[in-house]
Design a binder for this molecule. Structure first.
Ligand SMILES: *Cc1c(COP(=O)(O)O)cnc(C)c1O
Length: 431
């Protein structure tokens, strides 16, 4: 038996900043102390006191088959008997690379790294090397990991100017990062008219899902890609969250837009730490040892991540997981919204949904495509619902700005169990 979550948190705060190893885990956004979990299986997590939760956070997206899927678990156990790391050439990363290259037309070559952050950082290095330009354009409301150059928000000065979103990032490190709002092709056009020849890459989440779920118009995405191409700027789609989540070819496939460079993470490692950057062969061939762009990793292409990733992706394809998830998510989320509307006395709730990603928010006058359209009081309204659900054993990501996910392990039975529990939990909100 473990000590209680409370006791563990007190101890953790003494040895780790805020008691955690990634900020959202601390529950600061929703208030209260974090739950400490000891294990997970299928759709469920078990905390250190033995209480079970139905998990809709799923490690922030990687666990598309749920915790410890049986088929993947078998591969992982086998891998433990092979080797834990090689730091040398091996066939396992080759198998995953060949499989991905065979499925995704705009991925001709791929390089594996250990996180989404690393993937984006390296892809930008390639873009700068390929174009000989320094500037990067990103969009407000998109998250690309915690690399210095992209940990920025829109500045208050000139259009496109950025200011740092974290202490410790010198102005030198972000002076080449331009930031624009989403959903506004006109501002992109204007910026490119001035700065186009200096912009190495336009980087965007084609399905922005790290600041709520800000579903973009297809016309906006097509237009900005067209503008970038006209100016010789490379298009980097950051599919770390949408890749292998909305379908095997990600949002790029769904939109019918082939990016020059694409980054993956989360699902690609089947629950192990893997990221990847990929794209046209001529771009990836700029990377060492083939080309002059240096990028390396002691533990890159870990056999656990490579084999768990491939097993996960193959199962998603074979069992048509994406269709199943999409249908289940639709009916589950509409069930949740009805309950929220009925039970929350302050609640005119609504949802944004795409494939198996969902986000609950208060009703807005028009679709929420930019950060400034998120209704006021969102954080507080979500925190109340979060804690009510948590007490009944439903675990959402502990922040109103994180999206929720379904996994293949969320059976119809588990989903209706969730709705029943949610109805009971949210009754308590009545004043
Ligand atoms: C999660 C995420 C990242 C960062 O990945 P890490 O593995 O956390 O470094 C980057 N971009 C997007 C779109 C993400 O969702």
């Amino acid at each position: 038996m473990f000590p209680s979550s409370k006791e563990l948190f007190e101890r953790a705060k003494k040895v780790a900043p805020g008691g955690v190893h990634s900020p959202v885990r601390s529950f600061r956004s929703v208030g209260g102390d974090p739950v400490f979990f000891q294990s997970g299986k299928g759709a469920k997590l078990t905390d250190v006191s033995g209480k079970e939760y139905i998990d809709y956070c799923l490690s922030f997206g990687p666990l598309i088959l749920g915790h410890r899927d049986e088929d993947v678990q078998k591969i992982v156990s086998e891998t433990a008997e092979l080797a834990w790391s090689f730091g040398a050439a091996e066939p396992y990363s080759l198998e995953l690379a060949e499989w991905i290259v065979s499925k995704i037309p705009w991925v001709e070559k791929i390089r594996f790294v250990n996180s989404g952050t690393e993937a984006v950082m390296s892809a930008l290095r390639v873009a700068r090397a390929a174009t000989g330009r320094d500037k990067i354009l990103k969009f407000d409301g998109c998250y690309h990991g915690h690399l210095d150059a992209l940990l920025v928000k829109a500045g208050s000065g000139l259009a496109g100017e950025s200011s740092s979103d974290s202490a410790g990032i010198g102005s030198e490190l972000i002076k080449n990062t331009l930031v624009l709002p989403l959903d506004d092709e006109k501002s992109v056009e204007e910026l490119f008219a001035k700065e186009g020849k200096n912009i190495a890459a336009l980087v965007i989440e084609p399905l922005p899902a790290n600041y709520g779920l800000l579903i973009q118009r297809k016309e906006f995405l097509s237009k900005i890609v067209e503008i970038a191409r006209k100016h010789g700027t490379l298009v980097l789609f950051d599919e770390v969250i949408s890749g292998f989540r909305v379908g095997l070819t990600g949002m790029s496939g769904e939109l019918g837009i082939a990016p020059d460079l694409v980054t993956y993470g989360k699902i690609i490692g089947g629950g192990f730490p893997v990221g990847a950057y990929a794209g046209k062969a001529e771009l990836l061939d700029l990377v060492a040892p083939q080309g002059p762009v240096y990028q390396a990793g002691t533990l890159s292409a870990s056999p656990f991540g490579m084999r768990a990733g491939l097993a996960t992706l193959k199962k998603c394809e074979k069992e048509n997981v994406y269709n199943v998830l999409e249908n289940r998510t639709k009916s589950f989320v509409s069930g949740m919204v009805s309950i929220l509307r009925e039970r929350d006395p302050e609640g005119d709730w609504d949802s944004s949904i795409h494939s198996s990603l969902f986000w609950f928010h208060k009703k807005a006058p028009s679709p929420i495509r930019t950060v400034d359209k998120i209704p006021a009081g969102h954080k507080e309204g979500f925190a109340k619902v979060f804690h009510a659900l948590l007490s009944e054993g439903i675990y959402l990501a502990p922040s109103g700005y994180e999206v929720g996910f379904l996994s293949y392990a969320h059976s119809d039975k588990i989903l209706s169990e969730t709705l029943e529990k949610a109805d009971f939990a949210l009754k308590k909100l009545k004043v």
